[in-house]
Design a binder for this molecule. Structure first.
Ligand code: HEM
Length: 224
C-alpha cells in the first residue's frame, strides 16, 4: 500500500509564495481601510466614534471580516516560517563569506521588520481592543469613546514613539511586499520595474505618513 501523500499547492515553494501574495494583499487592503477609517480622527469625536459604532453594529459581519484578517495574518506568518526553514534546510552549512546583495537586504528588512510588526500588532491590540488598556495615567479605556482612547494614548510620548517607529517598519514592509507582488505578477521586466518600484514606494510612504500624522497631531496639540 502506498503511503504517498498527495502534494497540495501549499506544499510547494511556489504555492507558499502564492499564499504569501494573496494573504499579503488582504492584509494590505485591511491596512488601507483601517487608515482611512482612523483618519476620521481629524474630523472630531462625533465622526470617529460614529464610524466606530457603525462598525461595531455590523455584528457578525464585523466578526467575519476580523476572521478573514486574522486567518490571513496567521497564514502569512506560517508560510514565511516554512519558506525560511526550507531555505535553511537547503543549505545547512552557512556561507564562509557572505556579502549581502540588494535582494538579501530587502529579504532581511522583510524578516526583521515583519517580526517588529508582529510585536506592534500585539501591543496595539492590547492597547485599543483586546482587552483595551489605558496608556495614560488617570484615564480609563472606554468601549465606545474611541476618540478619547486615541487622544489619551497618543498624549504619552513613549506610546507615540512606538507608533511612529512601527509605521516606519510598516512603510518598508508595504514597499517591499508590493514590489515582490508586482514581480510575481511579471512586472519585473526592465521596462516596468522602475515604475513598479515607484508605485510600491509611493504607496508605502503615503500609508506610513498618514498613520504617523495621527499620533504626531495629538502630541502637537492639533488633535485634542
Ligand atoms: C497610527 C495608526 C493607527 C491608529 C490611530 C489605530 C487605531 C486603532 C483603534 C482606535 C482601534 C480600536 C478600534 C475600536 O475600538 O473600534 C484599532 C484596532 C485595530 N488596529 Fe489599529 N491603528 C493604527 C495602526 C494600525 C496598524 C498599522 C495595524 C496593522 C498593521 C493596525 C491593526 C489593528 C487591528 C488588527 C485592530 C483590531 C480591529 C478590530 O477590532 O476588529 N492598526 N486601531
Amino acid at each position: 500500500m502506498s503511503m504517498a501523500k498527495a502534494i497540495t499547492l501549499s506544499d510547494t515553494t511556489i504555492g507558499k509564495k502564492v499564499v504569501m501574495a494573496v494573504t499579503g494583499l488582504v492584509l494590505y487592503g485591511f491596512v488601507v481601510a483601517h487608515m482611512l477609517g482612523n483618519l476620521q480622527v481629524f474630523m472630531g469625536p462625533e465622526q470617529l466614534n460614529g464610524y466606530a459604532k457603525k462598525l461595531h453594529d455590523l455584528g457578525p459581519v464585523l466578526y467575519a471580516a476580523r476572521a478573514v484578517v486574522l486567518v490571513s495574518l496567521v497564514l502569512h506568518v506560517v508560510m514565511v516560517v516554512q519558506l525560511l526553514s526550507r531555505t535553511a534546510a537547503a543549505r545547512p552549512i552557512g556561507y564562509r563569506l557572505k556579502k549581502n546583495q540588494t535582494t538579501t537586504y530587502a529579504a532581511l528588512t522583510m524578516k526583521f521588520g515583519g517580526l517588529a510588526l508582529m510585536l506592534f500588532i500585539v501591543y496595539h491590540l492590547a492597547h485599543f481592543t483586546f482587552p483595551g488598556v489605558s496608556m495614560a495615567a488617570g484615564y480609563k479605556h472606554s468601549a465606545t469613546d474611541v476618540y478619547a482612547n486615541v487622544v489619551s494614548g497618543f498624549k504619552v510620548p513613549w506610546v507615540t514613539a512606538i507608533y511612529v517607529v512601527a509605521q516606519l517598519f510598516l512603510g518598508m514592509h508595504l514597499y517591499h511586499g508590493a514590489f515582490s507582488l508586482f514581480q510575481t505578477l511579471g512586472l519585473s521586466h526592465p521596462r516596468y520595474v522602475e515604475k513598479a518600484r515607484f508605485v510600491a514606494q509611493t504607496l508605502g510612504i503615503a500609508v506610513a505618513a498618514a498613520n504617523i500624522a495621527m499620533p504626531v497631531a495629538v502630541v502637537a496639540g492639533i488633535v485634542k
